[in-house]
Ligand binder design. Sequence first.
Ligand SMILES: Nc1ncnc2c1ncn2[C@@H]1O[C@H](COP(=O)(O)OP(=O)(O)OP(=O)(O)O)[C@@H](O)[C@H]1O
Length: 266
Amino acid sequence: MTLLDVDGLTVRTADGRTLVDDLSFRIDAGERLGLIGESGSGKSLTTLALLGLLPDGMRAEGSVTLAGTQVVGAAEKQLTAVRGRRAAVVFQEPLTALDPLMRVGRQIAEPLGRRTGLKGRQLRSAVGEALDRVRLPEPGRIARAFPHEISGGQRQRVALAMALACEPDLLIADEPTTALDVSVQAEVLDLLDTLVRERGMAVLFVSHDLAVVAKIADRALVLKDGRAVEEGPVLDVIGTPTAEYTRTLVAGARKLEAALDLRSAR
Ligand SMILES: Nc1ncnc2c1ncn2[C@@H]1O[C@H](COP(=O)(O)OP(=O)(O)OP(=O)(O)O)[C@@H](O)[C@H]1O
């Protein structure tokens, strides 16, 4: 079953510059697609357009059907019904998703309470379980903390718990580990992989990092200057890239890997 159907998505600025150009792809229920491209290739604008969250002045054209709802041109009310429940998003910087003035527990309680109808003590205990599931130690303490009182890795786990609280059909993860320390990156990636696998959730995983995409995604779509240049099973795209641009990306990643190997061999 097709969960997300993007057909000819184009994003333009108010002065007519085209930043995402005629992009088409599909994600079936439970499928994992990696969106790869260098900085500025249009990855973030694509994810924002999927949820009707483009910045003021930018316009989307084409068609984005998410679980049967047309997102392009939809009224805010329709979009609210789709966001969270059908597709939830985790951004690169978890502070984007978190209210700095609200304790972490309350921020998770909101979507959780809305979906489950739980209240009071039962809701508090469900929040504790949600924090526990994203492997946060001392969930009680974290629930009482404000976002600035916990580490970056812990904040990203909280953002993930909030996204999962809605039990979305599709999780959109936009560079979710890029802002984290290398050691924490691997842990959060592994956690994300396990949690979506357990739930059979579809994933759109956005990253400039080929190695990370290969770990999470089944298929990959390569974006350059807002256009798709290559799409296929992730190991084929990385192993035998056909587009010149993908070859350059793969060669760049190999060079970096080799340099890191040399360094660790010292
Ligand atoms: N609010 C904006 N106004 C004008 N141009 C923008 C805006 N946001 C992004 N752009 C431009 O659109 C293009 C695509 O940006 P986008 O953020 O989608 O790239 P990206 O692939 O996600 O890169 P990064 O990983 O660095 O975020 C870039 O050239 C960027 O400068």
